[in-house]
Write a protein that binds this ligand. Structure first.
Ligand SMILES: Cc1cc2nc3c(=O)[nH]c(=O)nc-3n(C[C@H](O)[C@H](O)[C@H](O)COP(=O)(O)OP(=O)(O)OC[C@H]3O[C@@H](n4cnc5c(N)ncnc54)[C@H](O)[C@@H]3O)c2cc1C
Length: 274
């Protein structure tokens, strides 16, 4: 028997939590579903840039969760595997139905699209400097990407790594945050191969091999929306990083989540009344 809701929010990162709070506050019965538990990307960050008050990532996510629960939303830990028009929502746990849905699934981990890449996951290939940077203290490492978060990862790694090379993947990073960091080099080009017999040993950039014990991939992240049968359906809203060409950042995600949650509640309650 499927559980019935006015609004189901898929993803409990900051966008999803803000959406759940707004929908519940508007009077909609609301469930927010996440495969990992609440917090999304923020669970990786000890410091948040560009957020007034400089909260820690976990503290900020925890405050948003408390607010959503206090407003009356429920949290379910499950992976959403299918979203059918209408809306029937299948998960790896229980099934749900909703009058409106907010998709706040963020962006998946970045991929370089190179042969053998998956074999280096956890063996030198990472997506989180805060989590894995200390494992490579004193080593040479590469960051692949060019957005502000890639630059931030390079700056964070510079505190512990011997050498950090930011490979720009064809973009033009704003490197102001790297000024004065003598052990960071910016290298235009693309990562073209990864190699190593015992974990990662070299990263090839346009055919030239660089010694590197780790690569932090902050490029090629795409929204994991493959489970959605029809992405443009009345009553279906997008929030946070997974929106097309969304500005990525906590404040933008929270603002879009709050707006999507309120719109979803309005749609759902209007449908219930009609
Ligand atoms: C390295 C890095 C550093 C950053 N630093 C900052 C910073 O300092 N300041 C700042 O403002 N921004 C920063 N950002 C950006 C910020 O983290 C994001 O913009 C924000 O967290 C996006 O929130 P979100 O809710 O859209 O997505 P996410 O936080 O990615 O949450 C999406 C959630 O959806 C869940 N999900 C996905 N698919 C499913 C499914 N099928 N079923 C169930 N659950 C699912 C995931 O488990 C996840 O919890 C950084 C980003 C990166 C990559």
């Amino acid at each position: 028997m499927a559980r019935e809701w006015d609004v189901v929010v898929v993803g409990a990162g900051v966008a999803g939590l803000a959406a759940a709070k707004a929908a519940a506050e508007a009077g909609a019965s609301t469930c927010v579903v996440d495969r990992m538990g609440p917090g999304g990307l923020l669970m990786n960050f000890s410091d948040l840039h560009d957020v007034p008050g400089n909260p820690g990532g976990m503290d900020y996510a925890s405050a948003l969760l408390d607010e959503a629960m206090a407003a009356g939303a429920e949290l379910a830990i499950a992976e959403v595997t299918a979203l059918e028009p209408g809306f029937a929502i299948a998960t790896d746990d229980e099934a749900h139905t909703a009058r409106a849905v907010v998709l706040a699934v963020g962006l998946g981990n970045g991929r370089l699209g190179l042969p053998g890449e998956d074999g280096f996951e956890g063996q030198g290939l990472s997506h989180c400097a805060t989590c894995d940077g200390p494992l490579y203290a004193g080593a040479s490492v590469v960051v692949a990407g060019h957005d502000r978060w890639a630059v931030q990862e390079a700056a964070e790694l510079a505190a512990t790594a011997a050498q950090v090379t930011l490979v720009t993947q064809g973009g033009t990073p704003n490197t102001a945050a790297l000024a004065g960091l003598a052990n960071v080099a910016v290298r235009p080009g693309h990562v073209t191969a990864l190699a190593g017999a015992n974990g990662l040993e070299t990263v090839e950039v346009d055919g030239t091999a660089l010694p590197a014990r780790a690569i932090f991939v902050q490029w090629g992240r795409v929204a994991p929306l493959g489970f959605v049968a029809a992405p443009t359906t009345p009553g279906l809203f997008l929030a946070g990083d997974c929106r097309d060409a969304a500005e990525q950042g906590v404040l933008a995600a929270v603002a879009s989540g709050a707006a999507a949650g309120a719109a979803a509640a309005k749609f759902a309650l209007g449908k219930a009344a009609g």
